[in-house]
Design a protein around this ligand. Structure first.
Ligand code: GDP
Length: 300
């Protein structure tokens, strides 16, 4: 929690502070409620979720006769945590099957932190005693395979890469095949995130998924979203969700934004949990997403 608190930017923390400032006095007039709403919207919590949160706060504040900042804090904490659905399964599905490795697809638009996340995730899995193979199926971005290879060497994972501009599905296929041969526990495939056209993306990702399914199965499809881009990220997410069945979201660059509220919107829109968060560029800057710790960090 301390790490999260330290890494969430101060401006993000300010969201919680101003909310508590507004709610702390009890008995809010309409203007103050509007300010509460604005504060939530500015933090990118989204219109639908904001309305829900404000409704619940209004009801509960009246019902409980909230008067002090401590009471407001407890209520706000409860409502926000609840809205983040702490009941959802946020585990990473990286346990091997009897005859083949777990296969994880990392998808998302280029620049969101896909390759970095793939590397960081590999580090977590290797530290956990798993044998990991990284598949460099992002053949669109020239340096992506080199970057992934560097990560693999750094964390002690194997890597399968192809020719620049090669077929991502062929690399995905080779990765899983090698994973089976070598008795690997988890194959993590970094895919290309070309959002040129929806059909282009669909063809490419769809093919990757199909070839992997022929050899093994897909255990987790993690969508990487850049928290700093706000609403744009949400639009990207919708397109990806139409193309593949996303099982979880990795929200990156949460260390550099006041718009962490996007967590609420992403889950609400996609109906899948945020499973991991990126808190920096380093190898250890990937953390499991824990609703309680997140809200505590938000409230400062
Ligand atoms: P890709 O094109 O999606 O594979 O993106 P990269 O993995 O190459 O990441 C793009 C940039 O974002 C790089 O400079 C990364 O170091 C940086 N990055 C990735 N994740 C994070 C994060 O959680 N926090 C910060 N501050 N930077 C990140």
């Amino acid at each position: 929690l301390d790490r999260l608190r330290g890494r969430l930017s101060r401006s993000q923390n300010a969201v919680g502070k101003s909310l508590l400032g507004l709610l702390g006095g009890g008995d809010l007039d309409e203007d103050s409620w509007e300010e509460v709403e604005d504060t939530l919207l500015i933090a990118d919590i989204g219109a639908a979720t904001t309305t829900k949160i404000v409704e619940r706060l209004r009801e509960e504040m009246a019902a409980r006769g909230v008067r002090t900042e401590a009471e407001a804090r407890a209520l706000l904490r409860e409502v926000l945590i609840d809205e983040l659905r702490p009941d959802l399964d946020r585990s990473i599905h990286a346990l091997p099957h009897p005859d083949h490795p777990a296969v994880l697809l990392i998808v998302g638009v280029n620049g969101t932190g896909k390759t970095t996340t793939t590397g960081k995730l590999a580090r977590v899995l290797v530290a956990d005693g798993r044998r990991v193979l990284l598949g460099a199926a992002d053949t669109f971005r020239a340096a992506a395979a080199d970057q992934l290879q560097t990560w693999a060497e750094r964390v002690g994972a194997e890597v399968v890469r192809g020719k620049e501009g090669g077929d991502p599905a062929a690399i995905a296929f080779d990765s899983v095949s090698k994973g089976i041969e070598d008795g690997i526990d988890a194959v993590v495939i970094d895919t290309a995130g070309r959002l040129h056209t929806k059909t282009g993306l669909m063809d490419e990702l769809g093919k990757v998924k199909r070839v992997v399914e022929k050899k093994a199965g897909v255990d987790d499809v993690l969508l990487v979203l850049d928290a700093t881009v706000g609403q744009n990220g949400l639009m990207q997410a919708r397109v990806f969700a139409e193309v593949v069945d996303i099982t979880g979201v990795v929200l990156t660059k949460l260390d550099g934004t006041a718009k962490g509220g996007i967590v609420f919107q992403v889950q609400h829109e996609l109906g899948v949990p945020v499973k991991l968060v990126g808190l920096g560029e380093g190898a250890d800057d990937l953390a499991p997403f824990e609703p309680e710790a997140f809200v505590d960090a938000l409230l400062g």
